[in-house]
Write a protein of this length. Sequence first.
Lengths: 286, 305
Amino acid sequence: MINQTAERSELLRLDHISYRYETGELALDDVSAAVYAGEKIAVLGNNGAGKSTFFLCCNGVLEPAGGGVFYRGEKIDHHHRRSLVTLRRNVGLVFQDPDNQMIASTVESEISFGPMNLGLEAQEVGARVDRAIACMELENFRSRPPHYLSGGEKKRVSIADILAMEPEIILFDEPAASLDPRNAAMLEQTLQKLSESGMALVVSTHDVDFAWRWADRILVFNEAHIAADGSPESVFANGALLEKAGLRKPQIYAFAEIACMAGEKPLPDRMPKTEQEFEKLIRSLY
Amino acid sequence: MLFCAVLAGIMVWAMSWGRCPDWASAGGAVLCTLAFGAFALGHRHTHSEFIAFDYYAQQSRLFRFNPGLKTIFLTSLLILCVAADSALTAVVVFLSMALFTVVAGGTRIRVYLSLMTVPAVFILLSGLALVFDFASQPAGVFSLRLLGGYLCVTPAAQAHAFLVTVKALGAVSCLYALSLSTPMNELIGVMRRIHLPAVVIELMYLIYRYIFILLAAYAQIRAAASARLGFAGARNSVRTFGRCCANLLVQSFRRAGACFDAMESRCYEGKLAFLQSPKPVRAAEAAAAGVFFCAVTALAVLTRI
C-alpha cells in the first residue's frame, strides 16, 4: 500500500488535528491522515465517531483547534480567504442530507451556485453546469425545483453541485443513507465512473460489504481517533479492531473464511471481493 | 377560507348600504358570501401552495419574459396604484393584473384565488375597521346601539374604506403578478443589477428560503405528534402545540447551521449568485408595458381632475 501511494501525489493532508464542540466534547483527537490522487477511500466507524467532523475539517468549514490542514503541501490559513477557497474548490463535500444543500429554485441554478462562487465567467459556469448535468443524467430535471425531486434524484443533484466545481477530491458523507437499492446501485456506478476519471473519492459508510468491494484503502474511526488506516485486507483481518470499532466482517469475506475452514485449507492470499472471485475460490477448494 | 367568505359578505354589505336599494345591498352580500363559501368548501387550503410560488412561476407563460422588465413594469404600476388615490384606477389595476396572471400567464384560477385569500383576509379586516365608526350620536346611513354609543357607517367612511381596500388589493395583485411569473433567483439577479446592498439581498433570500424549511419541519413534527395522539382533546392540543414550537426552534437552529455549512463548503462568501439564462428585452414587450402603464396613468390623472 505504502509503495503504491508513494508514486501518487499527495493532495490533502491533515496533520495532528483536533476539534472540540462548544459543549466541550472532543470530536476529533489528534487525527492525521492523507489523501492521494485517484484514491478510493472508505471511512468506517459508528455514529458519533467523528466521521462528519473529519469531513468538515477536510473541507475547511470547521477550523481544527490544533495541527494543520495542508493542500498539495501548502498549509491552509483559515483566516485567509484565498487559502480557504483553494481548499474548498479542490475538496468538494457532498452532505448526507441533500435538503440541507439545496439552495436555489431550479436544478440548473442550484448546480451553478458553486461555480458562480468561484467567480468564473458565465459561459464557463454554463459549460460546467452542462457537464455536471450530463454526468449525473439530470437533463430532464434541468428547470425543476430541486425540493420536489425524489430522494435519489436529490442525491444526484447534490453530487452534480460538487462536480460542477471540478474538485480533485470529493468527500461523500454517508451517500447511500436513505437511498433505495436501485439508487444505491446507481450511486456505486457513479462512484466508479468518477474514480475512473481520476478523482480521489472519500466515502463514509456503514456498509462494510460496499467498503470491502469498492475501496482500496479504509480509515476506521473510533471515539474521535483514527483506529486504523490501511488496506481493506489488513482492516478486516484484524478481529480485535473490528470488535473495538463495532464493525463486522463483510459477508463475502466471512463466507470465504468459513469455506476455507470447512475445507481445512489456509486462507488465500487474496480474499474474494466479488461473487465470481468467491466461486473461483470454492472451485479451487473442492 | 370560510372566514374570508363571511368577511367579504360583511364588507359588501357595509360599503353598499344606503348607496343602492336595501335588497340589492343585502342580496349582494349574501351572494358574495355564498360564492366565496362554495369555493372554500370545494377547496382545502394547504401550506404547500405558498411553498410552490417558485414552482408556479416556472410554469407561467410569463416566465420567459425579461425579469428586469417585469420588475420595473409591475413595481411602477404598484406605486401608481397606491399613489393615484383613485378607486377606479385601483380597480382597473387589480382586474388587469389578475387577468394578466391568470389568462396571459396561465396560472390556474383556483391557485390564484387560493393564494389571494391570505392577503384578502388582512385587507378586508382592516377595511372593516375603517368602515365602522363609533360615535355618541347616531350618524350616517346605519347606526347600531352598542355599549352606550352608536356603531355607525357614514358615507365618507364608506368611500374611504372602499378606496383603501381596492388600493391594497391592486397592489397585492401587482406583487402576485411578479412573484407568479418570476422565480426568486431571477429577482435576486434584478436586485443585484440595481445595486441593492448584498447583505439586504442575502437576508431576504435566506429568510424566504428558511420559511419553507420551517414549514416543512413543522409539518413533520406535527405529524409525528399527532401520530402519538398529541392532539386528542383541547388541553392536550395546546400542550402539544407548545412543545412542537419549542422543538421547532431547536430543529431550525440545527438545520440553519447545517445549511450554512453546506453553502460555505461551496465557497459561499456572502454574495449570492446563480447562473441565469439570458432573456433579452424584446421591443414589442417593452412597448406594450409602456403603453399599458401610460394608459393607466392617463386614467388616474383623468379621475383626479
